[in-house]
Write a protein that binds this ligand. Structure first.
Ligand code: ADP
Ligand code: MG
Length: 287
């Protein structure tokens, strides 16, 4: 493309709330084969709320006692819910957040753990008595978080995050433009599949550790595809930097925005489809 037509394309993109931070990103957008989407805050709103609380009377006090020390969106939802219910937060010392697993700490000489099933199972707990509650949570596209005190399972909390109203339509446009769409998430398979079904996503990579998101981007690239990554979190930064075109959600973290070639100021996935259309129109104008 000539410098003039690229300038026109960049200006057109800006009208759509698409900020091109790296010069060649606009031209590359038109050549993409695949878009990889982070789940939380990208496909969904990123403001989870509590949908289920099942178990011991102290469940919420203990869970929120742990989560008051975490900055994860799941943690904020649990603490806000406890406060709404007038529940006093338990004192927790020695707090630790474990990547892709959950959080733990000490309360009255016992170890509290709140996190996903796989982690609690690896700690020797058996979450199967809460199977029905967990299924009800995942069927509604929510995330089940199990709480244990030492070797005793206390209950499960369901946290759900609404899908952005236009995610499904934007994903349809990506398909119509000939792209494949993959979701990557640290969340469990059942929750990820429920969101994929609701939005028309064809491929899901679940329980992905933050460091593995970038590896997945490179895997597709090395298989010969031009790959976009779309994300908002600190976790997404390496994947955004590894992609052929990185798109950061404008309301996302600074680290994500700095790692991506393009910022979507409107926070909508339509911005990805718009960028691809503008790119293709820009390149067409030259020939
Ligand atoms: P993502 O941002 O893609 O959802 P994360 O790596 O942040 O992925 O989290 C993956 C999983 O780890 C969560 O779905 C949850 O099961 C567990 N987890 C992470 N942080 C917390 C937390 N503060 N409290 C409970 N569980 C957590
Ligand atoms: Mg996210």
């Amino acid at each position: 493309a000539t410098p003039m037509s690229v300038m026109v394309g960049v200006g057109k993109a800006a009208e759509y709330g698409i900020l091109i931070r790296q010069g060649d990103a606009l031209q590359q957008a038109g050549r993409l084969d695949r878009v990889i989407l982070d789940k939380t805050g990208t496909i969904t709103e990123g403001r989870p709320t509590i949908t289920h609380v099942e178990g011991d009377d102290q469940l919420l006090a203990l869970a929120a006692g742990l989560e008051q020390h975490s900055e994860h969106p799941l943690a904020e939802a649990i603490v806000a819910h406890a406060r709404d219910q007038g529940v006093a937060l338990a004192d927790v010392t020695g707090f630790e957040a474990l990547n892709g697993k959950g959080v733990q700490g000490q309360h009255e000489g016992q170890t509290l753990r709140l996190g996903n099933r796989r982690w609690l199972e690896s700690e020797g707990l058996d979450p199967s008595p809460l199977e029905n509650a967990a299924t009800a949570i995942t069927d509604n596209a929510g995330t089940p978080l199990f709480l244990a005190r030492d070797n005793q399972l206390l209950g499960v909390i369901g946290v759900a995050d609404a899908i952005k109203p236009d995610s499904q339509a934007a994903i349809r446009r990506l398909h119509e433009a000939g792209l494949r769409v993959t979701m990557v998430t640290g969340d469990i398979e059942a929750t990820a599949q429920a969101i994929a079904r609701a939005t028309g996503i064809d491929e899901v990579r679940a329980q992905v550790l933050p460091e593995d998101k970038a590896r997945i981007v490179r895997e597709y690239h090395d298989a010969g595809e031009q790959v976009a990554m779309v994300g908002d979190g600190i976790n997404d930064a390496p994947a955004l930097a590894s992609a052929d075109v990185g798109f950061a959600i404008g309301t996302g973290t600074d680290v994500a925005i700095e790692s991506a070639a393009i910022t979507l100021m409107r926070g909508s996935l339509h911005g990805v489809a718009d960028a691809i259309e503008i790119s293709r129109a820009t390149v067409r104008n030259i020939h």
